[in-house]
Design a protein around this ligand. Structure first.
Ligand SMILES: *Cc1c(COP(=O)(O)O)cnc(C)c1O
Length: 241
């Protein structure tokens, strides 16, 4: 079943009560992407704990935390802590985002119940994580302080970019990821194309919005100038316009 997001202001976030209500005897797995891609919004500890408590034992909850390293809000729970004592919860992490190894396709799953890892291994393609990717991941872990610093810089710039977009009247929700979401509705594809014509590449989701990766300040200023140009040559309405 399709459970729409909760319109929590500008961008949608997961409606966990709605998701829990949609689970029945046939539901084997539920993914909760936190922070969510592409909206950047995140569910907080009380709602996620209530959700995990409500999910039946035979349904696996997979917490996709691909953007965990960019979280700054202390109320956004760490799935690895939440998973403790809950055998039907698994956590996914990746080296593709904060760790900068996107092309190498290396990540990992954490779960308390060995049956979860066993099931994953049975369906895994042999050598799906190459030895090169493994070596890169180990090397990346050695540079953790640098990665943390980079994530902190992204979070600072994320706040500035969010503020600048709100000043332009765009109802941008708080993001906990390394991107922000412009809820442009029907104008999404057109605005992204107009930005691209000005050499700024964003990621449109037709009919819904545009995801914009947080860059360094200079890059984001180029984006903001291009956006101003696009918005003034063809005014874009607020959310859902
Ligand atoms: C990037 C991403 C992943 C992981 O990608 P891999 O390159 O396959 O490790 C998982 N979930 C979400 C939501 C992502 O954005």
């Amino acid at each position: 079943p399709l459970v729409p997001g909760t319109p929590g202001g500008a961008a949608d976030t997961h409606d966990l009560d709605g998701l829990a209500a949609a689970i029945d005897d046939t539901t084997r797995v539920v993914f909760v992407c936190n922070p969510n891609n592409p909206t950047g919004t995140a569910v907080r500890r009380p709602e996620l704990e209530r959700f995990l408590d409500a999910v039946p034992a035979q349904t696996l909850v997979v917490l996709d935390e691909a953007y965990r390293e960019f979280v700054t809000d202390p109320d956004v729970p760490d799935g690895v802590e939440l998973m403790r004592g809950r055998p039907n919860v698994a956590v996914l992490r990746t080296f593709s985002k904060a760790w900068g190894l996107a092309g190498l396709r290396v990540g990992y799953l954490l779960a308390e119940d060995p049956a979860v890892a066993d099931a994953v291994r049975r369906t895994q393609v042999p050598f799906s994580v190459s030895s090169l990717a493994q070596a890169a991941a180990v090397a990346a872990l050695a540079s953790e302080p640098e990665v943390r610093e980079r994530c902190a810089a992204v979070a600072t710039e994320r706040a500035r970019l969010t503020g600048a977009l709100r000043e332009r009247g765009l109802p941008v929700a708080d993001s906990q990821a390394n991107f922000v979401w412009l809820p442009l509705g029907e104008r999404a594809a057109e605005v992204a194309a107009a930005l691209e014509a000005r050499a700024v590449i964003t990621r449109p989701f037709a009919g819904e919005g545009v995801r914009v990766t947080v860059g360094i300040p200079e890059e984001d200023d180029v984006f903001l100038a291009a956006l101003d140009d696009v918005l003034t040559s063809a005014p874009v309405g607020a959310a859902g316009a």
